[in-house]
Design a protein around this ligand. Structure first.
Ligand SMILES: Cc1ncc(COP(=O)(O)O)c(C=O)c1O
Length: 397
């Protein structure tokens, strides 16, 4: 396949016209529109995206870290298509579908191997909400320790743990006060009234920040000493992104609860909080009305997509592939991170992303001030596609 070579000014006329219309109908806070941004996606395959004007791009974001097995992965699409003909929706917490059972079994095997339970949710933030509630139920202690620079989502519970002022300030008066934020990389010394530590093994939206090697093991020890839970938010880092199935494996740390989302569904929204049975079984047995559930919990299409995505990660050995391609990038650019969760400190990544778009590369800034160029492509990106992107980046920075 050829590499992007754009002939028109980006965004093209159709993307511009659509963006103008979108501004009239969508909440104005959502999609940033300027004369250089955005393009409208029309189709995507692997690391390739085509826009409404027929231009082709390479996606260095994997669509926010979702398309680890590649955009519109044929096996994932087939699994969804197959289920589409028979069952679009079931009754999550009342009359379930069999794929939910299969996926729960698979997630237990992948994370804790055995003796764990899954609580399905739909988005990353909801998985974090589920973990926070589980910790409260299990420990009876309301406090949570989280970290500066953390991003756990924007629903109220998750937002209380997210540390960026930009997201918090308009809602400060309504945010729960149960979270204490520590500097990322520093282990707390006291756990007063805290039931859990919530942490990303590698901070993603905070700027692709890898903590010191002793951080997670010491956090584990701290939690054990104080009888509190370690919650890992692997929504971004999970499913081979960092070169291991889960980032915690880099440090040999086993958590009590783990939150996953993004790449799990291969493009469909599904997430989960998975926990040791000894912790999760603090939830009371359902007597017909669940305390925590949602309408789309364990949606059959999303479960089919997730099972197919996981099968693809295994078949293509994407953990190894992420490691190898990560090493390749590290040889060419002074990036930080692990596997294909890499960041390049560039000063003004927002401006750089606009220039990259003009050259056929989709990228987004990370970091509190948008100072980091994120490099989190589909794990299936080819060496040639990647080299094209690296050449352009090297030329522009
Ligand atoms: C580590 C982490 N946790 C949670 C979330 C929230 O996920 P969602 O946007 O699906 O709610 C994100 C999103 O970027 C994330 O990176």
């Amino acid at each position: 396949m050829s590499l992007p070579l754009l002939r028109t000014r980006i965004p093209g006329p159709r993307s511009r016209a659509l963006a103008r219309q979108l501004r009239r109908f969508e909440s104005r806070n959502v999609t940033f529109v300027s004369d250089r941004w955005p393009i409208f996606w029309q189709r995507a395959r692997g690391a390739n995206v085509w826009d409404a004007d027929g231009n082709r791009y390479l996606d260095l974001t994997a669509g926010f870290g979702v398309a680890s097995v590649g955009h519109t992965n044929p096996r994932v699409a087939a699994a969804i298509r197959n289920k589409t003909g028979t069952l679009l929706h079931a009754m999550g917490d009342v009359h379930p579908n069999e794929l939910k059972l299969q996926l729960a079994r698979e997630l237990v095997k992948l994370t804790f191997r055995t003796n764990a339970r899954v609580l399905f949710t739909n988005t990353g933030a909801e998985a974090v909400e589920a973990a926070l509630k589980t910790a409260a139920i299990h420990t009876g202690k309301p406090g949570v320790i989280a970290f500066r620079g953390a991003y756990h989502g924007l629903t109220y519970g998750a937002l209380a743990a997210t540390s960026r002022e930009f997201f918090r300030a308009p809602f400060a008066e309504q945010l729960g006060k149960f979270v204490t934020h520590m500097p990322f990389g520093r282990v707390p010394t006291t756990a007063r009234n805290c039931g859990a530590v919530l942490v990303e093994p590698i901070q993603g939206r905070g700027g692709i920040i890898v903590p010191p090697d002793d951080f997670l093991p010491k956090l584990r020890r701290f939690c054990d000493e104080h009888g509190i839970l370690l919650i890992l938010d692997e929504v971004y880092t999970g499913f081979c992104r960092t070169g291991r199935w889960f980032a915690c494996q880099h440090w040999g740390v086993v958590s009590d609860l783990i939150c996953v989302g993004k790449a799990l569904g291969g493009g469909l929204p599904i997430s989960a909080c998975i926990g040791k049975a000894s912790v999760m079984d603090s939830w009371p047995e359902s007597q017909g009305e669940a305390i925590h559930t949602s309408t789309f919990l364990g949606n059959p299409l999303a479960c089919a997509a997730a099972l197919a995505s996981i099968a693809e990660m295994k078949r293509l050995k994407l953990d190894r592939r992420a490691r190898e391609l990560g090493v390749h990038i590290q040889k060419r650019l002074p990036v930080r991170g692990k596997g294909l969760m890499l960041g390049l400190e560039v000063g003004d990544a927002t401006a750089l992303c606009e220039r990259l778009l003009q050259r056929g590369i989709i990228a987004i800034p990370e970091g509190e001030r948008g100072e980091v160029l994120g490099l989190t492509p589909p794990l299936t990106i080819t060496r040639r596609e990647l080299d094209f992107c690296l050449d352009v980046i090297a030329e522009l920075v």
